[in-house]
Every structure is written in structure tokens, then in C-alpha cells.
Design a protein around this ligand. Structure first.
Ligand SMILES: [Fe+2]
Ligand SMILES: [Fe+2]
Length: 214
């Protein structure tokens, strides 16, 4: 950290509260991929949804969701590690950095999720991917008519969105003592708030040439 950055951001844990604007600025600085930005917005929305249920601050939870994969596009092999570096350089509080690190528990970090904030982040991260994939194969290509039941059907089909690690979602739900159905329902509800921004808002018309799959 340079002196300049120290003055701008303060030291980690200084109590400085990062704003959504700066989180978004960092996200756009490090990510050009539309799908990664949509993923960040999805996780942010899910975090905001669950925050009040666990006594958390939706702004704080949302900002952490927004930057959780900050380094993934440019430094996939240093995932999480590089985000710590970047956020430290910008003087982000340790609470935020630790939470981001914990989503990679057992994959790219050894930081286990401990707080509700961290457990929810861990649980919804992969799930947003499954929900997005499940919405995209609907005739409406929308989140608005997607149900938890429909997502659970896709969950059981191991070839569907095969890259989504169902085990991580199950572990996350277990940490929260939450039924998978509740976790899915809440995550869909959260993501609906940003459906327009993530391209999953269209409702009611079938896409020409697309065969409904569920
Ligand atoms: Fe990640
Ligand atoms: Fe992620």
C-alpha cells in the first residue's frame, strides 16, 4: 500500500465504509464480461434479500456480494487472493475482505464462513448460477415465473448446468439450517429485483424457435 492509498482509504479495519458506487467502479474496472457483471449483480441482490432476515445491513451485504468475484476475470488462478490485495490497496475494512475470501472456502482459500453474512454468500453464490440457467430455458426466459420447484427439478439433473456445484449449495444451506427450497425461493426473490439488469425480465412471450424444456 502506498502512502497515497493509505491517505485515501485508511488502513484496513479503520471503520471506513465502502460505498456501492466505489464497489461498482472497482467491479467495472476489473470486469468487462457481461456474464460476470450479471453474476455480481445477482449475488448482490440475493445478499440484499437475505440481510434483514439475519439482522444484517442490506447495503453492506450487497456490496460484499457485488465485489466477491472481483479478480476472477483477470486473475482466475489467483481467485480471492488477488481480491484481498486489491481491496486492501483501496483501504477496505477487513470484515469485507474476510467475507469475500470465505466464499472460496475449500476451493481457493482456507477461510471458513463464520458469520451469517459469510454463510449466506457461500450458499447463494453457486445457486445464482443454477437459477439463471433454469430461467434461461423457460419459454419466458424470465425469473418472474420461475419457481423453486422448477429449480429443484433442474438441480436433480446432473447434466443441467453441470458446472454448478450442488454440494457447495447444500453445505451453505446446512450452515444456515435452511431448507434448500427456502434458500432457492429467497434467492429467486432477491434476483427478481435486478431481473431487468441481468436480462431475465422478459415475461409472457415464447421465443420463436425455442422449445419449452420444462
Ligand atoms: Fe468466486
Ligand atoms: Fe461467484
Amino acid at each position: 500500500m502506498t502512502n497515497d492509498q493509505r491517505e485515501k482509504g485508511g488502513s484496513a479495519g479503520s471503520g471506513r465504509v465502502p460505498t456501492r458506487e466505489e464497489a461498482m467502479e472497482l467491479l467495472k474496472q476489473y470486469n468487462k464480461s457481461e456474464s460476470l457483471i450479471a453474476h455480481a449483480l445477482s449475488v448482490e441482490a440475493a445478499m440484499r434479500h437475505f440481510a434483514p432476515r439475519y439482522g444484517g445491513d442490506p447495503d453492506e451485504w450487497g456490496i460484499i456480494g457485488l465485489v466477491h468475484d472481483l479478480d476472477y476475470e483477470l486473475y482466475p488462478e489467483l481467485h480471492c487472493v488477488k481480491t484481498r490485495e486489491i481491496l486492501e490497496e483501496h483501504g477496505w475494512p477487513e470484515k469485507y475482505i474476510r467475507a469475500v475470501m470465505s466464499h472460496g472456502w475449500g476451493i481457493c482459500t482456507d477461510v471458513a464462513p463464520e458469520s451469517y453474512l459469510e454463510k449466506v454468500l457461500y450458499a447463494v453464490d453457486e445457486l445464482t448460477g443454477l437459477i439463471t440457467a433454469a430461467a434461461l430455458v423457460r419459454p419466458s426466459r424470465s425469473l418472474m415465473d420461475l419457481t423453486a420447484k422448477s429449480v429443484k427439478k433442474k438441480w436433480k439433473d446432473k447434466r443441467f448446468a453441470a458446472g454448478v456445484d450442488r454440494g457447495i449449495i447444500e453445505r451453505g444451506a446446512g450452515m444456515l439450517n435452511l431448507e434448500i427450497t427456502d434458500l432457492i425461493t429467497g434467492t429467486i426473490e432477491g434476483m427478481r429485483e435486478v431481473a431487468g439488469q441481468i436480462g431475465l425480465e422478459q415475461h409472457g412471450e415464447s421465443q420463436p424457435g425455442v422449445t419449452p424444456k420444462s
